[in-house]
Write a protein that binds this ligand. Sequence first.
Ligand SMILES: Cc1cc2nc3c(=O)[nH]c(=O)nc-3n(C[C@H](O)[C@H](O)[C@H](O)COP(=O)(O)OP(=O)(O)OC[C@H]3O[C@@H](n4cnc5c(N)ncnc54)[C@H](O)[C@@H]3O)c2cc1C
Length: 386
Amino acid sequence: MRHTELAERHLPEALLVRFRERAAASDRGNEFFDDDLRELREAGYLTLFVPAAHGGPGLSLHEVSRLQQRLAGAAPATALGVNMHLMCTGVVAAMSARGDDSLSYVFEEALAGEIFAFGISEPANDWVLQGSNTRAEPATDGGYRLTGTKIFTSLSPAWTRLIAHGLDASDPADPKLVYGFIERCAQGITTSDNWDVLGMRASQSRATRLDEVEMRADRVARRISPGRTPDLLTFAITSNFQLLVASVYAGVARRALAVAASALKSRRSASRETALSELGEWRSRLAEAHRCFLSVPAQLDAYTRDFDELVDHGVGWAPRLVAARIAAGEAARSAAETALVCSGGAGFNMESEASRLYRDAAASLFHPPSAEVSQGMFADALLDVA
Ligand SMILES: Cc1cc2nc3c(=O)[nH]c(=O)nc-3n(C[C@H](O)[C@H](O)[C@H](O)COP(=O)(O)OP(=O)(O)OC[C@H]3O[C@@H](n4cnc5c(N)ncnc54)[C@H](O)[C@@H]3O)c2cc1C
């Protein structure tokens, strides 16, 4: 589908205008994006990944990435929050495209209006997907009881299903990481009251405490060994997570450049009697941020298409995926700083869009793996370390 047609069908301009207005208010009030979520749900946005065979529009990762860039340009925190739901459904679509239909109940539930969130991050767990400090205690019926803390659970006021993992160490000689879905109505789930952050405030990514929360036997998705165990589910999570989070920051970067350009056109130099957009030093600043940005959507287009076309990059996937996300975060932070500088002192006002974009872009520093943590992986890929 052509991109303009894709955008008009799934994320029309009128919707974006409302989202952009509300983004300022929800940032100011530190409020969840309830109204955006309602409108996205009504527009069918939460079922984008559901394949046609299951009654959905069956969009590809490439198409959803483009739409998420567009959404993030209007309301970054809405895009980041909704990303978590899209990612869960995208994971199941990716598995299905690779011949594993075991989780297709997620499609039925998404069509029925359930909202999926991502409960993987934990305090002091830099293994992220490959380890967990949440205890998964086996139940006699094949299900589990999960006890632990998940941090930064975006969509915390709204989710009804949470993909989560925990460690089943009941056989110390053969511990297993358990992945699956828990339901919001299960006993033992508490959401933290503590959420007052720098940026992406409307995502309301509060910590979630799990106390012996039931993961039903029919919702256990995987039992795999901790550490670097190749598996389709974790590959699909990593791919969707890295490329969709990258899409959000690509959208933030593109919007920040537009805000910067518009500010330069509207500001004038009294001493040189012209608009700042006519002055070389200001043009250079904007040009540099623009040049830095342009490789980001290209990288996203290439990797999302490869992913949709089932290209097998093997061990080369991880560095590609992480590089795309880190580059998008860097471009967003650089473009947002440019927007702030080009807006002048007015941009420093908390109410200005430049200031909000700058704070939202800063959240890109905290998605795993960080530039520091992933350095080893990039070096190993060239130095042939197993
Ligand atoms: C805007 C945003 C949205 C995100 N959304 C998601 C998401 O939906 N799902 C997901 O899995 N990850 C999400 N992440 C998490 C992210 O990917 C990283 O894993 C996380 O930022 C890593 O933080 P850290 O290890 O430095 O945490 P830390 O600095 O250790 O902790 C971060 C915060 O978690 C809370 N916290 C830490 N320990 C505890 C505890 N014991 N009890 C209660 N609260 C505690 C505190 O509020 C603390 O400030 C999000 C991150 C950001 C910035």
